[in-house]
Design a binder for this molecule. Structure first.
Ligand code: KG4
Ligand code: ZN
Length: 349
C-alpha cells in the first residue's frame, strides 16, 4: 500500500495504491480552480495556503476510507518537483512528518515522470505500458507548463527528443482563452466552446511545421495570431458567441494538428511503433481522436490515461513509487523539493 501526495500546483491530491491488486483503493482531489479563477491563473501564495488547509483532511479521509492504519503503509510518495516551491513544500513537509511519526519511507517523485507513467493506471494488464514488448516508446507530455516528446527506454530512462521553444500547449490554450474572455483553465473551456464552432473559419498558423525533420514546438505565435484576430473581430458587429466558438474550434484544430504531426514524425524518425499521451492537454477529446486516427495509418498504437488521470492527480504519484520499488529502488539519500527538477536520462528518484 502506497500513499501518494501531489501538491505541485493548484490541485491538492491524495491517493492510496494497492500494489497487489494494482488498484487505487481510495483517492481525494481538491481543486483550487475556483479560488484562482478571478486572477486568471494560479497565485502561488494562495496555492500553498489552500494545500495546507486541505491536505491533512484529505489524507486522513483516504486512510479511513480504505480502513488502513498509517503504520501499514509500505511507503509515502510525494511530488518533489518540478512545480511551485511553496506548494511543493506543503506536500513534502506533510509527507516527511507523517513518515517520521509512522516510520515509513518517503519517496520523492518527479511530477513529469508520474504524468508519463499515468497510462499504466488504466491498463488492465498493469505494467504493459512499461514492459519490454513495447519498449522503447514515445510519450507526448502536454500540460500547462510542458510540451515534451520523450523517448522512454525503460523505467527511469527518459530522453527528451523534442520540446517547445516558448509556450507550452496548455499555456497556449490558457492564454488564448483569456483573450476570448473564457475562464481559467482555458483548455477545457476552449474544448467545450469548440464543439459548436467551425474549425475551418479562421486560418491560424501551424508553427514550426515547415522543416520536415523538426520535432520541436512553438506555440507563442499561435496565441499572438489569436490576439490579432480577436482585435479585428471585436470591431465588427457579429454576435460574440458565434465567432468565439469558431475561434476556439480553429485553435483546437491548429494545436492538435501540430501535436499529432510532430509526435508521429518523432515515431517515424526513431522507428518507434508505440506512443502514449500524458498531461492535462491529453484530456482533449478532439486531440485523442485525431491522434488515434492518424497513428493508425502509420501502424502506431496509442495509449492514453483515463481522462481524470491526465490532469494533476496523486494516483500517478503513488503508481510511480510502486514501479520504482518493484524495480529495486534504493534510498536516494538527501533530497529536497526542487521546483526546477529536470527530467533526463536516469535522473529520476
Ligand atoms: O497536467 P496539468 O493538470 O497541470 C500541469 O502540470 O500543468 O495540465 C493543466 C493544463 C492546463 O493548461 C489546461 O488548460 C490543460 O491542461 N487542459 C486541457 C484540457 N484539460 C486540461 N487542454 C485542452 N483540452 C482539455 N480538455
Ligand atoms: Zn501536471
Amino acid at each position: 500500500m502506497i500513499l501518494g501526495i501531489e501538491t505541485s500546483c493548484d490541485e491538492t491530491a491524495v491517493a492510496l495504491y494497492n500494489g497487489n491488486s494494482r488498484l487505487i483503493m481510495s483517492e481525494r482531489i481538491a481543486s483550487q480552480v475556483e479560488t484562482h479563477a478571478p486572477f486568471g491563473g494560479v497565485v502561488p501564495e494562495i496555492a500553498s495556503r489552500e494545500h495546507l488547509l486541505a491536505l491533512p483532511k484529505l489524507a486522513n479521509e483516504v486512510m479511513q476510507e480504505a480502513g488502513l492504519a498509517w503504520s501499514e503503509l509500505r511507503a509515502i510518495a510525494v511530488t518533489a518537483g518540478p512545480g511551485l516551491m511553496g506548494a511543493l513544500l506543503v506536500g513534502v513537509s506533510f509527507a516527511r512528518a507523517a513518515a517520521a511519526v509512522h516510520k515509513t519511507p518517503v519517496l520523492p517523485i518527479h511530477h513529469l515522470e508520474a504524468h508519463l507513467l499515468a497510462p499504466i493506471l488504466s491498463d488492465s494488464h498493469a505494467n504493459i505500458t512499461i514492459s519490454a514488448n513495447i519498449l522503447p516508446y514515445i510519450t507526448l507530455l502536454v500540460s500547462g507548463g510542458h510540451t515534451l516528446l520523450i523517448r522512454v527506454a525503460g523505467l527511469g530512462q527518459y530522453s527528451i527528443i523534442g520540446q517547445t521553444v516558448d509556450d507550452a500547449a496548455g499555456e497556449c490554450f490558457d492564454k488564448s482563452a483569456r483573450l476570448l474572455g473564457l475562464p481559467y483553465p482555458g483548455g477545457p473551456a476552449i474544448a467545450a466552446l469548440a464543439a459548436a464552432g467551425d474549425a475551418q473559419r479562421f486560418k491560424l498558423p501551424r508553427p514550426m511545421m515547415r522543416n520536415p525533420t523538426d520535432i520541436n514546438f512553438s506555440f507563442s505565435g499561435l496565441k499572438t495570431a489569436v490576439l490579432y484576430q480577436v482585435r479585428k473581430l471585436e470591431k465588427q458587429k457579429e454576435k460574440q458567441s458565434t465567432w468565439q466558438a469558431d475561434m476556439a474550434a480553429s485553435l483546437q484544430l491548429a494545436v492538435a494538428e501540430v501535436l499529432v504531426a510532430k509526435s508521429l514524425r518523432a515515431c517515424k524518425q526513431h522507428n518507434i511503433k508505440h506512443l502514449t499521451l500524458a498531461g492535462g492537454v491529453a484530456a482533449n477529446v478532439y486531440l485523442r481522436q485525431h491522434m488515434t486516427n492518424q497513428a493508425k495509418d502509420l501502424g502506431v498504437s496509442v495509449a492514453y490515461p483515463d481522462l481524470k488521470y491526465c490532469t494533476d492527480n496523486a494516483a500517478m504519484i503513488a503508481l510511480t513509487a510502486y514501479l520504482h520499488l518493484q524495480n529495486g529502488y534504493k534510498n536516494v539519500g538527501d533530497w529536497d523539493a526542487n521546483p526546477r527538477w529536470k527530467l533526463g536520462a536516469s535522473n529520476t528518484i
